[in-house]
Design a protein. Structure first.
Length: 136
């Protein structure tokens, strides 16, 4: 296993901790943990926890890419596209409503910075691995 592949796997594992931890906290505590004061609208709480469930599944799907990451390009690109689309939504909110809290700005950096770099890194590693394979 190449050092680049191991490093990529480590980066994906560390990055997956964000959706796994934030989604779990969001499912358990609802929007209140973000400083929303009661009363919290029932529909807002319901939608927030629904999206948190999707976010948890997204984190688990990223974790599923870690083994044999060099062969998980299509799955990783789909997951990355979902995250980038969410980041674009967050960027639109920033432009329309203003800057969110520091944690959300970190999320924006991950969504529109780290994830695209991980996708490029995986594609390069997959290409290099294919070219280095016997008979390639």
């Amino acid at each position: 296993m190449s050092g680049s592949r191991r490093a990529l796997q480590a980066v994906v594992a560390i990055a997956a901790l964000v959706p796994l931890s934030v989604a779990t906290l969001s499912l358990v505590r609802g929007p209140r943990w973000l400083g929303q004061l009661p009363p919290i609208a029932t529909d807002l709480d319901s939608h927030f926890r629904y999206l948190s469930g999707i976010f948890l599944a997204l984190g688990l799907a990223f974790v599923s890419c870690i083994p044999a990451i060099e062969r998980k390009g299509p799955r990783l690109r789909l997951l990355g596209a979902l995250v980038i689309a969410g980041g674009l939504g967050r960027l639109w909110s920033l432009m329309q409503v203003g800057a969110p809290s520091a944690g959300h700005l970190v999320g924006l950096g991950i969504e529109l910075g780290v994830v695209p770099l991980v996708l490029i890194w995986q594609a390069i590693d997959a290409r290099v691995g294919t070219e280095a394979a016997p008979g390639a």
